[in-house]
Design a protein. Structure first.
Length: 387
């Protein structure tokens, strides 16, 4: 098997330090799918203490980033590699698991969520696939390891993870057992934290075309459970069809559609300030009319960021040509400031701001084309009239 991952120069000293370690999970899946590999994770039968000792003995820095779950991060050539001791579940509560160490690779693989995530690759380049993950991946099938209902009951986050992987790797009809188990388990979604829900929704909405997964979430009662504000999947489809880069906030705005509930939604899902502000901005404010000329667009650009205006156009289903024309314009900047008023001898105070407002209104009426000198002359006229 062609295994370019094993040729990674930063990974080489880690593998030498842990000759029994294998590459596991997403990096193996994405290598087989010919997708870009982001993180390279490893598993090993050695205990966390043994891993720490081996990594440090190799001259690498070892960080106990998840020691309670058996995970050590080894730093090599400026890159981090997570190394986790093989585990088995002792007890689960629908979200978290109490684990014990094992030396059984199959037992470790059996506790993973989907067959496509349960494969491992040893240092000789041999793929270990206990549950048919490679075939599922090739056929576009996202299937739980073992009993789907059991896997879900162990961790209800796996419901949302199913849709994320289905959107990214699935083809054709979804796995029937998974669909049946999910439909019977939606009550468990209430156990998930808002941060986890938004993290998964954001990942789903970042996939190039998640439409089939979103529709399936709606049909199975998952979308109403985690995003009751979602009301317009059809509009999301139009946004996806606009062929703009995947933007989870823009797509969420398409799904929800109502500015009135956006602030509460952002608070409920614990958005960052930037995420919440952007969602509100997309759903509130003027939308350039389809017949807008360049002067109208410049006036709007003087008050609103171009990406927000372009996002509103996408949400409104406006012609792509209008959006392209908007984005091609240089956002205008009003050329005067308070110092220009003071330089004419006026005292500091509210009148300074009032005069700038008047000049700016004149500047906007002219399509934001007047430069500094023209605006200054208009300011002088206003000052003269006020005297």
């Amino acid at each position: 098997m062609n295994t370019p991952l094993l040729d990674n120069p930063a990974l080489a000293p880690v593998l030498r330090a842990l000759p029994n370690a294998r590459l596991v999970g997403g990096c193996v899946r994405d290598m087989l799918a010919n997708h870009a590999v982001a993180d390279i994770d490893l598993a090993t039968p050695e205990t966390p203490d043994q891993v720490l000792a081996a990594v440090e003995a190799a001259g690498l820095r070892a960080l106990p980033t998840g020691l309670a779950h058996g995970t050590i991060t080894a730093l090599s050539a400026g890159r981090g590699f997570e190394i986790t001791t093989l585990r088995r579940d002792v007890r689960t509560d629908g979200r978290h698991a109490q684990v014990a160490w094992t030396q059984d690779w199959r037992e470790d693989a059996a506790r993973r969520d989907f067959t496509i995530n349960a494969m491992s690759l040893d240092q000789a380049g041999t793929l270990h696939d206990y549950f048919g993950g490679a075939t599922d991946l090739a056929e576009g099938r996202v299937r739980f390891v073992g009993d789907a209902a059991v896997r879900i009951a162990e961790d209800y986050l796996r419901i949302l993870r199913f849709f994320r992987f289905f959107a990214r790797y699935g083809r054709g009809a979804p796995d029937a057992e998974a669909v049946h188990a999910i439909a019977r388990s939606t009550d468990g979604l209430a156990r998930l934290s808002p941060e986890r829900i938004w993290s998964e929704l954001k990942r789903i909405l970042s996939i190039p075309d998640p439409m089939q997964a979103i529709v399936l979430m709606q049909q199975l009662g998952v979308l109403p459970a985690v995003l009751p504000e979602a009301a317009d999947a059809a509009r999301l489809g139009r946004v996806i069809a606009a062929a703009v880069p995947p933007d989870p906030i823009l797509r969420l705005a398409a799904l929800t559609g109502e500015a009135s509930g956006a602030e509460a939604l952002a608070a409920r899902l614990r958005f960052s300030t930037a995420e919440g502000d952007r969602l509100l901005a997309l759903l509130r404010g003027p939308i350039p009319p389809n017949a807008a000329d360049d002067a109208t667009l410049r006036r709007l650009l003087a008050d609103e960021p171009a990406p927000i205006l372009a996002g509103r156009l996408i949400l409104a289903g406006a012609p792509a040509a209008l959006r392209e024309r908007l984005l091609a314009l240089e956002p205008p900047t009003f050329p005067l400031a308070g110092r220009d008023v003071l330089a004419l001898g006026l005292p500091a105070g509210p009148a300074v701001g009032d005069m700038l407002v008047q000049v700016r209104r004149w500047w906007l009426d002219g399509g934001c084309l007047a430069g500094h000198d023209a605006c200054l002359e208009q300011l002088r006229r206003i000052v003269a009239q006020a005297e």
